[in-house]
Design a protein around this ligand. Sequence first.
Ligand SMILES: Cc1cc2nc3c(=O)[nH]c(=O)nc-3n(C[C@H](O)[C@H](O)[C@H](O)COP(=O)(O)O)c2cc1C
Length: 385
Amino acid sequence: MATFAEYQNELYAQGLTGHQPQYPVRFADLEEKASAAMTPKVWEYVAGGAGDEHTQRANCEVFKRWGLYPRMLVAPTERDMSIELFGVKLPSPVFMAPIGVIGVCAQDGHGDLACARASVRTGVPFFEGTLSADPLEDVAAVLGDTPGYFQLYTPPDRDMAASLVHRAEAAGFQGIAVTLDTWVTGWRPRDLRGSNYPQVPSGCLSNYTSDPVFRRKLQPGEDATEVAVRTLPIFGGPFRWDDLDWLRPQTELPLMLKGICHPDDVRRAKDHGADAIYCSNHGGRQANGGLTALECLPDVLDAADGLPVLFDSGVRSGADIIKALALGATAVGIGRPYAYALAVGGVDGVVHVLRSLLAEADLIMAVDGYPTRKDLTPEALRFVG
Ligand SMILES: Cc1cc2nc3c(=O)[nH]c(=O)nc-3n(C[C@H](O)[C@H](O)[C@H](O)COP(=O)(O)O)c2cc1C
């Protein structure tokens, strides 16, 4: 059984030899270091969100409105945080959410490969994005046997969309998350004021430029990246229920629908063959609508009625992970924290942040008397307003 809490001992042990942890332990410190490590353009893009960023901030603050009851005389010396997703046992309930621009968060521009390496070292699954600095096959090769998932921005050209899905399946990814909330870019003042669109023409188009369907249409001598920027909607195109009906039979992989927050959409997604709901508001980057993803989670779970529900948006600590699990999420996605960690410390930085989040979550389960994932139920929480 994985003992994530042991990371705490490793950190304290460094003090015995006069050392201190190389990377930040507090999220606020991580954020500060990341802002110095990234170029201003990349920092604004990664840290920024839609409108005045109210939704983005609220995503984080809403976790404080829930408290976890401490249960005494349990003292579980061993905790089991493992989960099962699509029939596969995962050591922890945490995953790295897809971050399209993750390539440029790494000092060498190959953030997708770095995150795949961190995934192998931690067992925390990585969602490889359509917008990637390296082709999905190269990322899958690094992942090896570690389960990973592919996030799809669905190109309007169905041959190309099918090609991306088939490539992901052939490469060994274990599920496809179709992102539904980004068919048009949300209003992002931080990027707008600098006319800053860092993914173009930077290196995150490799899944498009390496795609055989895309390449077949290139004229001799044409630059693939230039053509991709000029001709493709970078985030895919509008995606509707009939598109889902077309996509569903394209793959035998489990299909997750990312961005679903309304219970009616959950019920309809089930009818249309979704294998999982991915409840997220894109970290408040897309629409400054004011409703946090966590507030949507209970109704989504209710409507999902047993279908797995992945969750992200605003998770910054082990306590946040525990609360999302207790509300009922099957698995909890980490977003900006691992992007910041990558900029600050490369693969080691990401491993540190993931292990720190898991250690804190594990220690909360220890101190508060919850031995297994199953013990974390909504009854363990109290709404404190
Ligand atoms: C810089 C950045 C790029 C992102 N790119 C994608 C993407 O390409 N596809 C996608 O589905 N979600 C993308 N997301 C959203 C994340 O998957 C996740 O929903 C979000 O980061 C969660 O919010 P949080 O980071 O505030 O916790 C991106 C998020 C960030 C911060």
